[in-house]
Design a protein around this ligand. Structure first.
Ligand code: ADP
Length: 399
């Protein structure tokens, strides 16, 4: 059974075709600059790589191009669309309605449209991606929610200190994101440790970063909120800050609401702090050359992660397993070492040699001998997780 996984963003669309029998990724691709001049599709996996530049007006066009590329004689990996058995869609927001992956029908589309304002940039793209696939292929479509795993949080973790009506009327609460990734790495860590029981903190550190406090396999708290802006300082997002700063900067810099939104989401974080880059490889290089603001930005990033680990250790009544994942968490051994530095009072201590020599893309327990906490590096695989959920739902529905 071949599952097509679609991850539609506001102006991009990433996809993978995965054979669920042998779990082989048949092909990977992305469409960039949808609705913007200079759009293109790139795809790897077929006899030849595809690099097609064409006008791609909307997500419907993008899906059409993806399906053509997948079945193309030169670039493609299947002869016809009949070889695609199901489509799994990454959907940003499930609101309070969707905790688990769901087979899409008319009612689901209707429910997604009703909560679309919770993710104004991504939800319209997610919904049109689903509709375009429905039109092009008569196969089951499954929606997998980035917020889903976090729906087990108790009210004390998801409520903000706002008038309760904000929650009742507008559903303003913590939802959390990267749920598929936190679920994937926490399940894998539990498998490797041989038990789902215990107190775990997962750190998804990539362009966007979030931490998650997990008790016996269930999410108890997470650092992102109503939107992905809350939590640790990120590549270009501010993370936690005094909400009064919004009014203060808007007045001082004469910004509109949209400009302020851009400021907090795209101009802040380690990029804004350093003035160098949001990419941690550039930051590490600049810091090594003595760039003062790059050093500061990395210090802030590390300190915020440490504070969340402390908070979640308190929330969970201790910690047994600490997991690093995503672009930075998987690849940046210095960052892992710095986060774990001086944390031995928590029982966190890593084997520095093992940590530094870990080959790219490998999973490992990097704890120092005798450390009470198991510190692990586990590469995330959100696409595989979406494909697996899709496969399971479609399989169940056909029984
Ligand atoms: P996303 O999926 O959120 O776009 P990723 O999980 O791919 O992001 O992470 C991207 C981040 O990972 C970038 O900031 C990049 O700097 C960082 N990264 C990737 N490889 C390395 C590396 N070898 N060392 C340090 N940082 C890395």
């Amino acid at each position: 059974m071949n599952v097509l996984v679609i991850n539609a963003g506001s102006s991009s669309l990433k996809y993978q075709l995965i054979n669920m029998v042998d779990q082989q990724v048949l092909c990977k691709g992305q469409v960039e600059r949808i609705g913007i001049e200079g759009s293109f599709l790139k795809q790897k996996g077929g006899a030849e790589e595809a690099d097609i530049h064409a006008e791609i007006k909307n997500h419907n066009d993008a899906i059409q191009m993806v399906l053509e590329a997948l079945t193309d004689a030169k670039h493609g990996v299947v002869k016809s669309l009949e070889e695609i058995d199901a489509v799994g869609h990454r959907v940003l927001h499930g609101g309070e309605k969707f905790a688990d992956p769901v087979l899409v029908d008319e009612q689901v589309i209707h429910d997604l449209e009703a909560i679309a304002d919770l993710g104004p940039l991504h939800m319209p793209a997610n919904i049109s991606g689903i509709k375009a696939c429905q039109q092009a292929m008569p196969v089951p479509q499954v929606a997998v929610f980035d917020t889903g795993f976090h729906q087990t949080m108790p009210p004390k973790a998801y409520l903000y200190g706002l008038p309760y009506e904000a929650y009742e009327k507008h559903k303003v609460r913590r939802y959390g994101f990267h749920g598929t990734s936190h679920l994937f790495v926490s399940q894998r860590a539990a498998e490797l440790r041989g038990t789902e029981k215990g107190r775990m903190i997962t750190c998804h550190l990539g362009n966007g970063s979030s931490l998650c406090a997990i008790l016996d396999g269930k999410c108890m708290d997470t650092s992102m909120g109503l939107t992905p802006l809350e939590g640790v300082v990120m590549g270009t997002r501010s993370g936690d800050m005094d909400p009064a700063i919004v009014k203060f900067i808007m007045e001082k810099e004469h910004k509109t609401i949209e400009e302020m939104d851009h400021y907090l989401n795209k101009e802040s974080g380690v990029y804004g702090l350093s003035g160098v880059s949001s990419d941690f490889r550039d930051l590490a290089k600049a810091a090594a050359e003595g760039h003062r603001r790059a050093i500061l930005a990395l210090d802030v990033f590390i300190y915020r992660i440490q504070k969340y680990i402390g908070a979640y250790a308190a929330a969970l009544g201790g910690v047994d397993t600490l997991v690093f994942t995503a672009g930075i968490g998987e690849n940046d051994h210095e960052l892992r070492q710095n986060v774990c530095r001086d944390m031995d009072f928590f029982g966190i201590a890593i084997d520095e040699e093992k940590n530094a020599s870990l080959p790219r893309g490998s999973e490992a327990d990097i704890s120092a001998p005798g450390a009470r906490v198991h510190t692990m590096v586990i590469p995330t695989d959100e696409e595989y997780m979406i494909a697996r959920d899709t496969y399971e739902i479609v399989h169940e529905a056909s029984q």
